[in-house]
Design a protein around this ligand. Sequence first.
Ligand code: F6R
Length: 261
Amino acid sequence: MEVLIRPSMEEVSLLGAAIVAAQVSAKPPSVLGLATGRTPLRLYAELIRRHREEQLDFSRATTFNLDEYVGLSPEHTQSYHFYMRENLFRHVNIPAERQHIPDGCAPDLRAHCLKYESAIRHAGGIDLQLLGLGANGHIGFNEPTGSLNSPTWIKILSEKTLKDNAVHFAKPEEQPRHVITMGIGTILQARYCVVLACGSNKSQAVKAMIEGPVTAMCPASALQHHPRTTVIVDEAAAARLDYVEHYRWVETQKLPWQQHR
Ligand code: F6R
């Protein structure tokens, strides 16, 4: 894995946005895998700024989101449909018919998951998959002890994740316990993965993902098998890494074409 350490969440977000922008500029019909949550909010704001002020063009891009809650309609303010509309889609020019998010209200959820997988394949596979990291090591909504080779499927959230995300739901009974998520198998097929993690509450998961054994106890550790993953962390999230000086040194040694600008 390529590990990039930045002083603050602001710099993590700007670097993440620069990588996404470089992808879309180099290949306008890129297929982007997108994440929700608190982590990518600033990154999306920067993509919007680049779209408005620097003509970053998404008109030929296609997107697939990682996940969605089962049972929440696209109008629900906690649905990932709502999140994506508010935080990215309504501000940039990705054609609506090429924005894909799992449908948590599909009448046949299992058939919908199969269709989602084949839609990704039909689009040519994901060029760049953006990922946040759960404090328990999840990516997408692939919780500890789940398969490290699963396709898009319906999953049950762990109690830890329910607790972490409870703040977003006014009434506890409204918080879904089921989700549709791309599986670890789906994520590993993306050609390039970019993981963002910030804050001391992520430091344990960051350590396990990068330096721990590959284990279903930390689903993100499966990315150690991925041929091209960049992890961008702030100092707080990097605090428990043993090889932190090595990552900093490697970054100073990069050849021009290996550097991120
Ligand atoms: C969101 C997702 C999750 C989050 C993770 C971190 O689409 O798939 O894996 O990336 O829970 O969430 P935040 O960024 O809110 O800490």
